[in-house]
Design a protein around this ligand. Sequence first.
Ligand SMILES: Cc1cc2nc3c(=O)[nH]c(=O)nc-3n(C[C@H](O)[C@H](O)[C@H](O)COP(=O)(O)OP(=O)(O)OC[C@H]3O[C@@H](n4cnc5c(N)ncnc54)[C@H](O)[C@@H]3O)c2cc1C
Length: 501
Amino acid sequence: MVSALIISLLFIFSNPFPSVHSDAAPEPSPSTNNICIIGSGIAGSTVAHFLRHYSDDPSFPTINGIRIFERHRIVGGRMATVSIGGDTFEAGASILHPKNYHASNFTKSLNLRIKEPSSDSSDSSLGIWDGTQFVFKTIPLNPNSPLYNKIVSMANSLLIFFRYGFSLFKMQSFVDNTVGCFLKYYTDLDSRPVFETVDEMLKWSGLYRLTRRTLQEELVDAGLSPRIISELVTVITRINYGQSVAISGLAGAVSLAGSDAGLWSVGGGNWQIAAGLINSSDVTLHLNEEIESITHLGDYYELNSTKGISYACEVTVVATPLDELNIQFHPPILIPERKLQHTHTTFMRGLLNPAYFGLRSVSEIPELVGTVEAPDLPFSSISILKKYTEEDMAHKIFSRKPLTDALLDQIFSARKETIRIDWGAYPHFTAPEVFAPFVLDGLHLYYVNAFENAASTIETGAVAAENVARLILSRLSSRTTSSSTNLQNSASGGESLHFEL
Ligand SMILES: Cc1cc2nc3c(=O)[nH]c(=O)nc-3n(C[C@H](O)[C@H](O)[C@H](O)COP(=O)(O)OP(=O)(O)OC[C@H]3O[C@@H](n4cnc5c(N)ncnc54)[C@H](O)[C@@H]3O)c2cc1C
């Protein structure tokens, strides 16, 4: 019997759960450096971390209290896990690049476990589906035969080369050049300016021009063939951003880097990076508390929450995309319009139906089915996450629209468990991109996710957040700081911050 468990993230998150810090604490004096951060994802947690880290330097002002507000009952935002069939899988941000140095440093300093992709998942067979047939397929490996696998891996490399030729190297070089520019954001503080705008930050690293044109335009100029762009590149952009090669060149390059070798994740869930940073940054965490309005009142901002509590904050940091939120700003702020791309992630325990793909047996279906841009193609990708038996596997499906039960019953011959998540996943990347400012009001109201339409990843969020932390400190340093007792960290132990979806 098929038991379809339809779960929307919002529904789960709205479950009442005691907040770690739900008391109406006496308000600190607005004359101290109290910083309020809205959002406990990678952006909010990284701002808190670097505020503490850099304010150790006596040349920077003292930060008295940091509050993080999170509307849900868990931290991590789009770093979240889901449990299916007793196993835990990443539901949102799942992979990190080997050169994601902030994420990797955080993971090491927080003593989290780095999980390399298992050999069978990195060597998953790939098929490119156009809605009627597989236009390209690699040969599946055999988990019990290492020698056979070596030969098959070589054969697969040849197959890919025969289909896409030297365009493969041109694609890699495009990605390497982009990653090379991005690495400038890790250079030491003396040689790296503090950026007031996203445009300035991107121009400094040499990445700005990639946000002006589409990925397709960039790749045609780089000499890639139409075939690799419409097949392999499209498969990757559809998997990583749910969008076509019409996305901006920078988001496209970041997306392509997500198919490099050496990808990794945090064992047990990437959300633990945010939880660890929050725990170690002397933060007062307000879970289940949504900020409804931000009002500028002279020397400070008054934040009003859904709990009916007001907070006085000298500095306010918005660490979440504002595009689908309804926070009231007084006075109003004006930012460029931006749309979010919704990605529907469906987790399915069951068995794929070979007949749907015009095949005779399940074993002929590639472990990763990517897709090209074709009208009416209902999904972007299907991947096998885990094989329990030959007839029982966990799958992850990405699609631009929700998948109906009727359609799932065509794609799968057996369905045991179904979990659906609708993510307001990342910006709908549109070249030329127009960026909101990091400082929303010219005063002390900051917006980390102004950077997100350059590219949306854990690492780009961390890089933007580090810059915002430096920007706050440098803009505060001209002001007199007064001493005050540090607010207590009311959340201790990573476990208390996270619950599975
Ligand atoms: C399906 C999917 C797959 C992805 N895959 C990858 C990947 O493999 N690798 C990668 O690096 N990136 C990936 N990403 C992108 C990555 O998840 C994001 O770029 C990153 O996590 C964004 O972090 P953030 O902190 O800026 O925002 P978020 O993680 O969205 O955090 C914002 C937080 O603010 C909270 N909030 C919002 N409004 C309020 C309010 N008014 N009051 C209080 N709290 C509020 C939200 O609940 C949320 O927890 C993926 C994203 C999705 C959706």
